[in-house]
Design a protein around this ligand. Structure first.
Ligand SMILES: [Zn+2]
Length: 547
């Protein structure tokens, strides 16, 4: 038995198959927690003997128990309220298969909402391809079931559909010109708007639709964090763009309503937060406590892939004039990265296309050469999804840059990405075996919620089985083992959070962040790991979720 000499523990877990994820690969039957940390591990008999009259005892009944999981890239505070409030028409979350399924869900909400009020819903990106109807609903589809409400349904970030009353409220008519950077779809016969608004045209509708208030923002964060716990997630790295979520997190912590841990990554360009303010305040990575801390700063070089805005050297397959967009020029990127690097702020640079990868690597090499600093742990968000050439991998390793790939993107929309990026650039999609072999550090981030749920077990299953939601077993030679895939959400993720002394394994001295699973993920078919039930999640030695 390994233990610290302390009074009675607060909690003992016994009779389990506790996979510690320690470097020696050990398992144990039982562990004890006190003050939020693990104070002893060993056999059930040894650990139960430590229990005093006030100790809570949990019989694991032989179930497999693992360290709490981490998702290193989420937009949780930004999307949490929508998760809670909006009518859910997303096929990646629900059983929606057709326009009539969507309309039925909207009508159900309308039945409990006063006439003349707004019904706001969200669908999934590119859902038109997957709906039985092979198209998005139009305003007439929505009007038929909801003639007395204003309806707005968004499908991903690029398309929103309004019904007739909503279009009228936004004053969108046949005479409304397309705004710059946006497009109002019109009936080719009549010239009337069909309800489908693209890109910046969505803003005309969104401006008149109701927005969430601060209390809803806070409730949404609580809701989304609790959903994380249901999948065994005890830590997330959350990207924030303005002050309210940061304030909300601090208040929720004080109010005792934060049940999972958060590292915040303030976005500093195209954001309400400037790197200058953080640097002037003297904040460095790690500021905060075990529940809430600053994990670094985020910036985005190019756009997203679903809107064909990720920036590649070669154009998109289906649009020979489109290479995507660059949002930060190289000199601004270099300067921002260097200043943050020198100030002790870890950088997380979003780069999806290969041109953006190289810009990110240039900026990091420039900063590291000018001001050598060990242990900066800078990251490239979405690196490791594709186009990880030998040269890029070598540069990553040489400068100590971490890759944060997102297998969830491949799992959900890999087929659509194959269409627009093309087979040739994706022959080595999600090359995790190759990345690990070359010594590139990789940790898992899902970019959820919103498009799909936070669920590392799903991502782990995809890393091991390579079975995608759309049917293919994609690049099976890049499979990694179950323990390598779990490392992306435990030990390596803890390192990425500068928290390897506190998280990632179930060892004496570590935080008691623990997930109890219905089955052993190491002993079932890899594909089934995604369906594994999480039966209990503990954070800091307290049961925060129980199935
Ligand atoms: Zn993201």
């Amino acid at each position: 038995m390994k233990s610290r000499h302390l009074p009675h523990p607060d909690l003992v877990l016994f009779n389990g198959k506790i996979r510690t994820f320690a470097a020696d690969g050990s398992t144990c039957e039982a562990l004890a927690c006190a003050g939020g940390r693990i104070v002893a591990t060993g056999t059930s008999d040894d650990i139960r003997r430590l229990a005093g009259p006030d100790t809570q005892s949990v019989d694991l009944k032989g179930r497999t128990t693992i360290p709490g999981l981490t998702d290193t890239h989420v937009h949780l505070s930004e999307k949490g309220t929508a998760e809670m409030e909006l009518v859910d028409c997303r096929d990646f979350y629900t059983g929606v298969h057709s326009i009539s399924d969507i309309v039925e869900r909207l009508a159900r909400r309308a039945a409990e909402s006063p006439k003349g009020s707004w019904i706001v819903a969200h669908g999934s990106p590119m859902q038109d391809f997957r709906l039985q109807d092979k198209r998005f609903p139009n305003s007439h589809d929505l009007d038929r079931a909801l003639p007395d409400h204003l309806v707005s349904v968004s499908f991903g970030a690029h398309i929103t559909i309004g019904n007739t009353l909503a279009l009228a409220a936004a004053k969108i008519t046949r005479d409304t010109p397309d705004p710059a950077g946006g497009h109002i779809t019109r009936d080719p016969q009549t010239g009337e708007p069909t309800g489908e608004l693209h890109e910046r045209a969505q803003l005309i509708l969104k401006k008149v639709a109701p927005d969430f208030n601060y209390l809803q923002l806070k409730d949404g964060i609580v809701f989304a964090l609790n959903q994380c716990l249901e999948r065994g997630v005890t830590t997330v790295h959350d990207i924030v763009r303005y002050a309210e979520p940061v304030r909300a997190y601090q208040e929720l912590y004080k109010e005792g309503r934060m049940h999972a841990r958060v590292s915040i990554l303030p976005r500093v360009i195209e954001s309400m937060i400037e790197s200058k303010s953080l640097i002037e305040l003297g904040l460095i990575t790690g500021f905060g406590n075990d529940w809430l801390r600053i994990g670094g700063v985020k910036m985005s070089i190019d756009g997203g892939i679903t809107g064909r805005n990720a920036c590649f050297y070669d154009p998109y397959e289906d649009d020979e004039h489109n290479h995507g967009i660059i949002r930060i020029q190289q000199d601004e990127l270099d300067e921002t990265v260097r200043k943050c690097h020198e100030a002790g702020l870890r950088c997380c640079v979003h780069a999806i296309g290969d041109r953006a990868f190289d810009m990110a690597l240039d900026a990091y090499e420039n900063a590291v050469q000018k001001s050598p600093r060990k242990d900066h742990r800078h990251r490239i968000e979405h690196m490791g999804n594709w186009l990880s050439t030998q040269e890029r991998m070598d540069r990553m390793v040489r400068s100590g840059i971490i890759a944060i790939p997102n297998i969830a993107i491949g799992y959900y929309v890999g087929d659509a990405i194959l269409d627009c990026v093309g087979e040739k650039r994706l022959t080595k999609a999600f090359p995790f075996r190759t990345l690990l072999k070359n010594g590139v550090i990789i940790a898992g981030g899902s970019d959820s919620p919103g498009y799909w749920p936070v669920d590392p077990l799903r991502d782990i299953a995809a890393c091991v089985s390579r079975k995608m939601r759309w049917g293919d077993v994609w690049v099976p030679e890049e499979r990694i083992s179950v323990s390598e895939a779990f490392a992306m959400h435990t030990t390596t993720a803890a390192y990425v959070g500068f928290e390897e002394n506190d998280k990632g394994t179930l060892e004496v001295g570590k935080l008691a962040d623990i997930a109890v699973l219905a089955e052993d993920p190491f002993e079932i078919q890899p594909e089934r790991i995604k369906d594994l039930k999480v039966e209990m999640t503990l954070v800091g030695g307290e049961v925060k979720y129980q199935a």
